[in-house]
Design a protein. Structure first.
Length: 263
């Protein structure tokens, strides 16, 4: 009996990220190596300003890499057309979308744009996917609101729904739990875990909720000033990756509890 092995959805080799101009190059992080398989939920953590958003934007092809390589479904990112990339990858960033005058339903429906015909008509099968995303994120009561009328937390859920509507095998999210209370933070992360385990989505998300990420993630990327680590949460704990992640004058990582505690 054959066992179907899960393929590698996204991989980096000796990746360096940062910003380059004619005058200078600013290196943010280098030597980034990881390989994420289909159906895995992986979190990206680190201190503020360490480069988490820069890494996600580089992985999404929104800014050029400085060195190394990024592969999506074994194809080098630089060789993937914009249309093909839209079928492979959806992104939820922290920036407020430009389309604030759209209704929630219109914004969510935009996720089907890579698949619609030249006049953008929504088919019955498109509508099924849209309805599924709305149900998964529980935004039924927001559909007729304009996006500018939403709270930050509500808008975050709508943007996640749009990514689900795009129905790509790979989803990148930059701090998807920002502006949410603790109940809704846990709900969003549990939703992401369900999408990975039950729907086979490959999901990489950055977060400050390190304690929750340790509980829910299959693997984690930990960005520090000196090195980027990639492994299972348990192995990272054993390696002491969280011990010195933050200044130890106020909090410390408790390996037994697998969480940060006040000193």
């Amino acid at each position: 009996m054959k066992v179907n092995k899960k393929h590698i959805a996204i991989q980096t080799k000796d990746l360096s990220i940062g910003y380059a101009s004619k005058k200078k190059t600013t290196l943010i992080s280098e030597g980034i190596n990881f390989s994420i398989k289909q159906g895995e939920l992986v979190s990206l953590v680190g201190t503020n300003g360490i480069g988490k958003s820069t890494l996600l934007r580089t992985l999404a092809g929104m800014q050029p890499l400085l060195n190394g390589s990024i592969s999506i479904n074994r194809n080098l990112l630089n060789n993937i057309s914009a249309l093909d990339l839209a079928n492979d990858l959806s992104v939820v960033l922290t920036e407020t979308p430009a389309s604030q005058n759209l209704s929630v339903l219109e914004l969510v429906s935009l996720g089907r744009h890579p698949y619609t015909n030249w006049i953008g008509s929504i088919s019955e099968s498109d509508q099924v996917i849209i309805n599924s995303a709305i149900s998964a994120t529980k935004i039924e009561d927001l559909l007729n609101y304009k996006c500018y009328e939403l709270s930050d937390g509500q808008l975050q859920k709508v943007l996640i729904a749009r990514a689900l509507t795009q129905d790509t095998p790979l989803i990148l999210l930059d701090e998807p739990t920002t502006h949410l209370d603790i109940f809704h933070r846990a709900s969003v992360l549990k939703l992401l875990k369900k999408l990975a385990s039950e729907n086979g989505k490959t999901i990489l998300f950055s977060t400050h909720e390190i304690d929750l990420a340790i509980q829910l993630s299959y693997k984690m990327i930990v960005m520090t000033k000196d090195k980027v680590f990639f492994d299972t949460p348990d192995n990272l704990i054993k390696q002491g990756c969280f011990d010195n992640l933050f200044p130890m004058d106020s909090i410390e990582f408790n390996r037994e509890l697998k969480r940060f505690v006040l000193k």
